[in-house]
Write a protein that binds this ligand. Structure first.
Ligand code: IMP
Length: 426
């Protein structure tokens, strides 16, 4: 039963989408297990650019069943737009399956997201304003509307009426029921054919030896439980979240691939000890095109924080790492990595989960020599300049985790798959 989970190792935007696309070539199922359209993946395939927010990017392969699992919160309008845009460019795509247990995001969730951010004042989380937090709040409060109810006209009418009445009390611009119901009933009509028993189907796929590729959204340090709370998302991007969101037993998981950039990025607020500012950050941001796919926000840039990465390796049990955007660092005379922190004058080798400590952590940096060569046309790790190889070896030694993939550009072809044996168990 070959199954592989792909996890963003730090704060998201690690270029998982491209790797999912590449690895889907050999998969039967591509399952998204958490989050909603707060995520954004860009995939370059056969000279065209695709942006995915909800649909697993593996759908570009016609052999794939792309699953939106129970752990997700889904904006129906965004999903239909994405499906249409994808079909316009690529008429033959994989099969879409939406879990009936996934929750639906409504316009009142988006309004509440903005309202809650405004109420936080100085302590804004910097959400993507897609209504993700409020939709998960409804789920936990057991008042959310699931896909099963959404596609059933009478159940939708009844549940939407009561949910909206409760929300309108708080909204600055109350939403009228009739227009909302009509609009969403229309979306339900178009999505009904895709909704089904996804949990059972994925479990059966694993049991019968199909290749199942699971992808979270965001990154492990944005996980509600083990991330940098409260500057986190409202779901579980960690490997454990794959089991929660799909219903699969941990016993069904073979390998877990952690994806990290050769430096670190973060969007939204929250501590980021190795953060850079000034010209160097600007340079990396513009060479790496570090702007959010969902919101267009410039990403914060820093050196690769190996202490945070090691923590993530432990929390997720990565069987291997993929290092992306190594090419972006070409041309720098030296490159640093974070190898610990100074917190209140004391050296610490461990990533603190006490947010106050992380906010007061000064990074301990180690400098490595840079390289000039353009990496984007190289085809294997052995052809990298020795300084780039030294950076990869440092990552492996520090985190005690082998690197299976090195990515040196946005195209499918710019992917060095070095250790296939660490990806799929056959
Ligand atoms: P939310 O998920 O929109 O509620 O935002 C919560 C936090 O997660 C904010 O700091 C967002 O910037 C961050 N976040 C959400 N989605 C992504 C993503 O796909 N990449 C990186 N950060 C994200």
């Amino acid at each position: 039963m070959p199954s592989l989970i792909i996890v963003g190792a730090l704060w998201g935007d690690e270029a998982k989408g491209k790797l999912v696309d590449v690895l889907s070539e050999e998969a039967d199922y591509n399952v998204r297990y958490s989050g909603g359209n707060n995520a954004g993946h860009t995939v370059q395939a056969d000279g065209e650019s695709f942006k995915f927010h909800l649909i697993p990017s593996g759908i570009l392969h016609p052999n794939i069943t792309a699953v939106l699992s129970a752990g997700m919160v889904i904006c129906p309008k965004a999903l239909l737009d994405e499906l249409e845009t994808t079909l316009a460019k690529r008429p033959r795509i994989g099969r879409l399956l939406i879990s009936g247990s996934a929750h639906v995001v409504f316009p009142y969730h988006r309004q509440l997201d903005a309202l809650e951010e405004a109420e936080r004042g100085e302590n804004k989380i910097g959400t993507t304003s897609r209504g993700i937090g409020p939709a998960y709040q409804d789920k936990v409060a057991r008042s959310g509307i699931r896909m099963w109810d959404f596609i059933h006209e009478e159940r939708l009418r009844e549940r939407l009426k009561s949910s909206l009445a409760a929300k309108n009390v708080r909204l600055k611009e109350p939403i009228g029921f009739d227009a909302l119901f009509e609009e969403y009933r229309g979306y339900a009509d178009r999505l009904r054919e895709f909704v089904g028993e996804a949990e059972w189907e994925v479990a059966e796929a694993v049991r019968s030896g199909k290749r199942v590729l699971m992808e979270g959204a965001q990154g492990a340090l944005l996980d509600l439980d083990i991330g940098t709370y409260p500057y986190v998302t409202s779901s579980h991007p960690t490997a454990a979240g794959a089991c929660l969101g799909t219903g699969l037993t941990p016993r069904a998981v073979d390998n877990v691939l952690g994806v990290c950039v050769a430096y670190t990025t973060r969007v939204g607020s929250g501590p980021f000890p190795t953060e850079l500012c000034g010209d160097l950050a600007e340079r990396i941001r513009s060479v790496g095109n570090e702007f959010g796919v969902s919101t267009g926000r410039p990403r914060r840039i820093g050196w690769l924080d190996l202490t945070a990465l090691k923590f993530s390796c432990r929390m997720n049990g990565f069987t291997s790492l993929a290092v992306t955007r190594l090419d972006v660092l070409s041309g720098l005379s030296q490159i640093a990595v974070g190898v610990g922190y100074e917190i209140e004058g004391r050296r610490s080798d461990q990533f603190p989960t006490d947010l106050w400590k992380l906010e007061h952590a000064e990074p301990v940096l180690e400098y490595l020599p840079g390289w000039d060569a353009d990496l984007t046309k190289l085809s294997s790790r052995s052809s990298l300049p020795k300084q780039a190889e030294a950076l990869l070896s440092k990552i492996e030694a520090f985190t005690e985790t082998p690197i299976s993939i090195v990515s040196i550009g946005p195209d499918r072809e710019q992917t060095m798959i070095e250790r296939k044996d660490l990806l799929w168990r056959d």
